[in-house]
Every structure is written in C-alpha cells, then in structure tokens.
Design a protein around this ligand. Structure first.
Ligand code: NYM
Length: 187
C-alpha cells in the first residue's frame, strides 16, 4: 500500500525570528510522535546555484536584483524532485523559508512588484501550512545585533515584514501566526 503523503510545512519570518530553532524542534517532535519528518532550508547553499546565492548574501559577489531573485527561485525548483519524492514516501517536510521569503525580500527592494516577484515560483509544491514567526518589536530590538549578511538592517527588515503582512492576506494559503518567544517554551 502506498504511504500516506507527507505534509509540507513551511516556517517563515524576518531574519532572526527563530525559524531554524523552531524547524528543528518541530522535526524532533514529529519524529518522536512516530511520523517520518525531515528539515529542508532555502536557500539551500550546498548546490551550485546555492553557492552563487550564498556568495551574494555574504557580500562576496554582486548580482543584479532580478537575477538573484530568479536564482533563489531556481534553487527551489532544483530541489522539487527531491521534495516530491520524499512527500510521496510519506515524509513530512519542515522547510525553513520558501517562496514567501523570495517574494517578501525582493519586493522590499525599490521597483519590484509583488506580481513580478511571485511569477517564477508559480507551480511549486503548495505548502499545507505556513507558520509565520512574528517577532515582537521588543524582542526584535533585543535581537537587533544583525550579522554581516546582506539585508540584515532594521530598515530593510521592517520593509520585509510589511510585505509578509501583505502576503498573509492571501486566503488560499494556510497561514498561522506564532510568537517564537512563546513557542520556545517547552511546556
Ligand atoms: N532570502 C531567502 C531571499 O532574499 N530570497 C529567498 O527566496 C529566500 C529563500 O536570504 N536574509 C533571504 C532571506 C535571508 C537570506 O538567510 C537567507 P538564512 O539565514 O540562510 O535563512
């Protein structure tokens, strides 16, 4: 008998919202409850495309804004066969960022419409659930020591947050908003 399809669960949020920690905890909790689960993350910096993206994010290279947007999308598409296979095998995928980050980050740059930004990702496997980790302004200020990567400034992150808020109005996506501070408690 074919395995029941796994669920595709995406965690989204601005930088430093705690997505990676929550993804790991969720995978652990699913596995402990006897469900096969694995974590994935985008960008996946291990592929050839991912390495181009990583160099750009680390400011070791410059890429034209449309070009890097398409590379982020291509990085998702190149992993689609793997994702589909695992989902069909019954593995639940917990994904740290997906196309929503792609749209929110690029459309926060001047001159990019949401519509244009969304087009390259049309047709990707649709998530069953997208959890948005909402960082409170107080907590964001505490975590304000951004790293060295591109996009890690308060001004840009605020613009990204607004784009996410717009995307969350789409009723065709199963958005759930969570507070990472509350979620981090084990109780
Ligand atoms: N990012 C991530 C994009 O600009 N577009 C995308 O499609 C995706 C998936 O890359 N600042 C941005 C968001 C983050 C950075 O950081 C990836 P991290 O720490 O690897 O999640």
């Amino acid at each position: 008998m074919a395995a029941k399809r796994g669920a595709l669960i995406v965690l989204e949020g601005v930088d430093r919202a705690g997505k990676t920690t929550q993804c790991k905890k969720l995978v652990q909790a699913l596995q402990q409850s006897g469900r096969p689960a694995e974590m994935m993350r985008f960008p996946d910096r291990t592929t050839t495309i991912g390495q181009l993206i990583s160099a750009y994010l680390e400011k070791k290279s410059e890429l034209e804004d449309h070009t890097v947007h398409l590379l982020f999308s291509a990085n998702r598409w190149e992993l689609v066969p793997v994702m589909k296979k695992k989902l069909e095998q019954g593995v639940t995928l917990v994904v740290d960022r997906y196309a929503f980050s792609g749209v929110a980050f690029t459309s926060a740059k001047p001159g990019f419409s949401l519509d244009w930004c969304m087009k390259p990702d049309v047709g990707l496997p649709e998530p069953d659930l997208v959890m948005f980790l909402q960082l409170s302004p107080t907590e964001a200020a505490l975590r304000g020591q951004f790293g060295e990567e591109r996009y890690e400034t308060s001004v840009f992150q605020r613009a990204v947050q607004q784009k996410f808020e717009h995307l969350m109005k789409d009723p065709s996506v199963n958005w759930q908003v969570g507070d990472p501070c509350l979620l981090q408690h084990d109780s």
